[in-house]
Design a protein around this ligand. Structure first.
Ligand SMILES: Nc1nc2c(ncn2[C@@H]2O[C@H](COP(=O)(O)OP(=O)(O)OP(=O)(O)O)[C@@H](O)[C@H]2O)c(=O)[nH]1
Length: 777
């Protein structure tokens, strides 16, 4: 963490130089990814690849949690807690609450129910938010069961609880629904679970409800198909149990229920076996929570303020320091036992029952019926403080509600009287807010963040939170709609639009004055907000960044059209123009990229314009080399002022891609050497870090290609057999929980070996995955 005079840490330097492997090593060793240097930049700001950024953030979080855990254990010692959690998810009315009741029903009531032959159906009473309780499940033991509401509006807050450790996820679907609906619903929940659990492979049991409504054999076949399909789709991310469970959720004493229970026992035992001891103070606090709920808080609002909480904990341990208690509370928050909220402007708040926040607070905010005027709501239709007071009067003090909503980025106020809650917006963005302008000078740029594959999703909370951040961070108030946002900064306008299927977000910027640099600044700011929120609410979601076609944006086509970054890099190398596959239009690469660090001739452009006072000798040389044609040189000469000549020269060279930029740099080296330093004309500067090592240069793609366990095993066995890897190294690699982390470890270890090991790695890749082998050349 040592810093130089510019306040750079070694991690800043490594990240700036694109040394991804060294960065990984430093982060694993505990270097902070967020520490700022003199320019206000954190190491993370130097990493442009979103996948790697997210990986670094996750790693950083993991390392910090690990450190804090060890500190707690060292100071307070640990105890075993033999309890695991069962999360029950699935679309509305699939039988989640019914299953929970049947699971937890005691032997006696199950028998009475059976003997009395009473109708077991209950009317459907939707669960608002998350219903949590600790139950004794006969045949299983003490389990904390979390019943998640199936309605989409509540999903906004589900992600707060979804990454709890020691959890078995039960996902329900109705066997009576058609195959497509079943697959869509189950996929949605599995994507959601994956998106919240980046560092582990959670256990999932799929349960089909309504067995009583279908012929047993047909139902069994359908359910088996769902299990098989989902196992194939999510094999690298989730451990989906092989068992095909099709049941009548209303019944307790059935063979299917017994099978489900024994599965829970088996998975639960494995979780408890690997479960780490809990720091003693945390265990003591956890035990006291029900008592504090009863005696220290009102039943309607199980919230403690920091000073009361400290006082109570001091009764458990009178020597506890506030710092230690904060760390212990963060640990309990991580286990989702409490919510430990630390607002920037006030003391921490402790929510003793997390589901209270999910159900009574967020549940009400998200269910639009509580607020007036909910049809076609836009950001102009704010909620007043009085309205909030009315809606929450029987739950909590309005100031507390507002603090909580703001902490979870669910609302924003500009005047402390009116509140904008993006989750409530219902109106889609009207076409007229983004129309072609009269000015022809207008330039457009854009990028797209897209889900990487079918197992990824932008979770429901993502876009409303992006909108809250826009209101907080932009200088001018943005306009918001359900699926879009528009912002303005002087002559630059920005548009953020969610795709209709919710799987991509398009960000575009335009400038009336053709100001490319200002466009670049706004694009970067908007992209950072999107990337940060995505990390916070879906750290496990894989995304791909693309560049939007500027021409399609300018023509205001009804869809967004994009280019892959590799495609652009290749086109830049080959001459600077690119043809869109679907649109069959050609455009210049330099018209697509506006961020300073992406465009080699945009960096230092103002300085270059000043330095290139006499373009004549440069033009002669460039024409002699065939880089520029005589006509192009004439157009440049025809400009009136030296600055305009320089600008035209830079634009003309910039349009011709990497070869022309390299020639230009070489000519400058002879004529004005210090100007040559300002040109970053290497193609590899563009979009990707300049790294010699293919394992680093292609790391993201390699990781993606090497996530299959089968491929990994083939590689490990080969490297072991040829004595490049030891048993111990293979063990370290195999100990990783997910396919992605195993691939990363594998690449790290191969990367540290010599040429012979790399050659062997390439050989085995040529056998198992020839396309991947090309990337290590
Ligand atoms: N016949 C039959 N009815 C079922 C079965 N499972 C649930 N039901 C009925 O389906 C309706 C909805 O069940 P719930 O358990 O409330 O559904 P849920 O998934 O908790 O719904 P949300 O709380 O809205 O997410 C109730 O009327 C249940 O009695 C089943 O296996 N067979």
């Amino acid at each position: 963490m040592v810093q130089n005079k510019d306040h750079d840490t070694p991690l800043h330097k490594a990240a700036d130089g694109g040394h991804t492997g060294i960065c990984e090593l430093l982060i694993r060793s505990g270097t902070d990814v967020m520490v700022k240097n003199k320019d206000g930049k954190a190491p993370l700001d130097y990493q442009r690849d979103p996948e790697t950024r997210r990986h670094w953030k996750n790693l950083d979080k993991q390392v910090k949690q690990e450190r804090s855990y060890h500190e707690l254990m060292q100071k307070s010692g640990g105890v075993k807690v033999n309890r695991f959690k069962v999360f029950v998810g699935g679309k509305e009315a699939t039988g989640k609450s019914t299953l929970k009741q049947s699971l937890t029903k005691g032997l006696l009531s199950a028998l009475i129910e059976r003997l009395s032959r009473r109708p077991v159906s209950q009317p459907h009473d939707p669960t608002p938010g998350v219903d949590i309780g600790t139950f004794h499940v006969p045949g299983v033991g003490e389990v904390s069961v979390w019943d998640f509401a199936g309605q989409a509006e509540y999903a906004v807050t589900h992600s707060m609880f979804m990454d709890a450790e020691n959890t078995v996820f039960v996902v329900l679907y109705n066997i009576m629904d058609n195959k497509k609906a079943q697959e869509q619903q189950v996929t949605w929940w599995l994507c959601f679970i994956k998106s919240c659990n980046p560092n582990r492979q959670p256990d999932v049991i799929l349960v089909a409800s309504n067995a009583d409504q279908v012929d047993a054999a047909i139902g069994q076949d359908r359910a088996a198909l769902v299990v098989q399909t989902m196992q194939t789709e999510f094999r690298d991310h989730l451990r989906i149990a092989d068992e095909v469970i099709l049941m009548d959720c209303r019944k307790t004493r059935t063979p299917e229920m017994d099978r489900l229970k024994s599965l829970l026992v088996r998975i639960g035992a494995a979780l408890i076996h690997h479960q780490r001891d809990m720091p003693k103070l945390c265990a003591k606090v956890m035990k006291r929570l029900p008592k504090w709920c009863k005696s220290k808080t009102s039943t309607k609002c199980p919230v403690m303020m920091w000073s009361d909480y400290v006082k109570e904990v001091k009764e458990l341990d009178r020597f506890v320091t506030e710092d230690f208690l904060k760390k212990s509370s963060t640990f309990l928050h991580h286990l989702a036992e409490i919510l430990f909220i630390t607002p920037a402007t006030s003391d921490p708040i402790i929510v003793l029952k997390p589901n209270w926040l999910g159900t009574d607070v967020f549940g009400r905010v998200m269910a639009p019926d509580y607020f007036e005027n909910h049809l076609n709501r836009t950001s102009e239709d704010y909620v007043t403080r009085e309205e909030l007071q009315r809606v929450f009067q029987d739950v909590a003090d309005v100031d507390l509600v507002i603090t909580l909503l703001r902490e979870f980025q669910l609302c924003h106020t500009f005047d402390k009287e009116t509140y904008i809650i993006p989750g409530l917006l219902t109106q889609n963005m009207p076409d007229e807010v983004w129309q072609p302008p009269a000015e022809s000078k207008m330039v457009y740029f854009g990028m797209q963040i897209q889900c990487a594959d079918s197992t990824d999703m932008l979770s429901s909370g993502f876009f409303p939170q992006v909108q809250t951040r826009l209101m907080r961070e932009l200088e001018n108030r943005p306009s918001l709609w359900r699926d879009g946002a528009k912002c303005v900064d002087r002559d630059v306008e920005g548009l953020i639009k969610l795709s209709p299927d919710g799987r991509a977000v398009n960000i575009c910027v335009r400038s009336l004055q053709g100001d490319k640099l200002k466009c670049g600044e706004m694009l970067q700011q908007l992209e950072n907000i999107n990337a940060d929120v995505l990390y916070e609410c879906s750290p496990g979601t894989g995304t791909v960044e693309k560049v939007l076609s500027s021409r399609a944006l300018k023509e205001h086509r009804d869809q967004f059209y994009s280019y892959g970054k590799e495609e652009i890099k290749q086109a830049w190398e080959e001459g600077g123009t690119i043809v869109h596959r679907t649109l069959a239009i050609e455009e210049y690469i330099c018209d697509l990229l506006c961020r300073e660090d992406e465009d080699p001739l945009a960096i230092n452009r103002p300085e270059l314009v000043q330095v290139l006072r006499h373009v004549e000798p440069i033009l002669d040389q460039l024409q002699a080399h065939g880089t520029l044609t005589a006509e192009e040189c004439d157009v440049i000469r025809a400009k009136e002022t030296p600055q305009d000549k320089a600008r035209k020269l830079l634009d003309t060279v910039g349009r011709k891609g990497a070869p022309a930029s390299r020639d230009f740099k070489a000519v400058l080296k002879q004529i004005i050497p210090h100007a040559a330093e300002m040109v970053q004309g290497h193609a590899s500067d563009l979009l990707c870090s300049e790294d010699e090592d293919p394992l680093i240069r292609n790391r993201t793609k390699l990781i993606r290609d090497l996530t299959s366990r089968y491929v990994q095993e083939r590689i490990l066995n080969h490297l072991l057999q040829h004595h490049h890897f030891s048993e111990e190294e293979c063990g370290i690699i195999r100990a990783n929980k997910t396919g992605h982390s195993t691939a990363r470890e594998l690449l790290d270890i191969v990367g540290r070996k010599g040429q012979a090991a790399r050659q062997a790695f390439k050989e085995v890749l040529e056998e198992v995955s020839p396309d991947t082998a090309k990337m290590v050349e």
